[in-house]
Design a binder for this molecule. Structure first.
Ligand code: UGY
Ligand code: MN
Length: 248
């Protein structure tokens, strides 16, 4: 018998691992007939929010983005997304980026569809307009080698333009592939594993990680990962980018 007092989840000052065994559902107004798990948010000390939504066959999520932009990614299943009157089908691997000030509606959900969201308060940049709505498909995004290592591939889902203050990327590691250095940086991350397993080092702590796990890394949380097992490890991650680094 498994003992229910054990978990791989941890919540620390500058990082957290949230594995699905600890989920407790939230009811979110206007996100109806679905299960919502709020995985990362400001209560933790984060500057982003990350949720995981699991739908029924008649889920309906509607709202208007206000201060924060919103990114939906279909981990599995299908639905439609309507943003400012434009309805598009979304299936596994497809996504929609919704800038501030837009109405959205997610509906026509297949039962059991899993949707990931990232939310970030948008920081305007003088001389640049607010980004447009973007529908996209990870399957059509190039996956070049990361820092010259063919065992690591990085897909950049949002345009590399200064008007964007968040990036969403998919990182694929062949088994045995690993980050070439311990990253120590100002940018924050939220992520969820889409496939595989490995070992993450966070702030000099070592954690086994697998598909379904999420991680929050605060600014300057030291980070390194190696993939192991019989298939590549894949995670989709958020990163804040492109803004002046200090108020001093
Ligand atoms: O973009 C990044 O900072 C990325 N290489 N970090 C990470 O995967 N932990
Ligand atoms: Mn990083």
């Amino acid at each position: 018998m498994e003992i229910s007092a054990l978990t791989r989840s941890v919540v620390k000052r500058n990082h957290a691992i949230i594995s699905p065994d600890g989920y407790i559902n939230s009811r979110v107004p206007d996100w109806d007939n679905c299960t919502v798990n709020v995985i990362i948010n400001e209560q933790m000390g984060a500057n982003l929010c990350q949720t995981l939504i699991t739908t029924t066959k008649n889920s309906r999520l509607r709202g208007t983005t206000k201060a924060a932009q919103l990114f939906f990614y279909v981990i599995s299943g299908q639905c439609t997304a309507t943003v400012s009157g434009d309805e598009q089908p979304l299936k596994t691997g497809q996504f929609v980026y919704i800038p501030i000030g837009k109405e959205y509606l997610i509906e026509k959900t297949e039962a059991g569809t899993q949707l990931l969201t990232f939310h970030k308060v948008y920081e305007r940049l003088e001389g640049h307009t607010i980004p447009p709505v973007i529908f996209g498909d990870a399957a059509t995004v190039a996956a070049p080698a990361y820092l010259g290592d063919p065992a690591l591939r990085l897909q950049v889902l949002l345009p590399d333009e200064l008007s964007f203050d968040m990036a969403v990327n998919i990182f694929t590691y062949d088994s045995g592939g690993h980050l070439p250095l311990v990253e120590t940086h100002i940018m924050e991350h939220g992520l969820i594993y889409l496939q595989g397993q490995g070992v993450y080092m966070l702030d000099q702590n070592w954690y086994p990680i697998k598909k379904g796990d999420s991680i929050w890394m605060a600014p300057y949380c030291q980070q390194w990962f190696t993939a192991m097992g019989k298939e590549p490890a894949v995670y989709i991650y958020y990163k804040n980018v492109n803004r002046f680094p200090t108020t001093v």
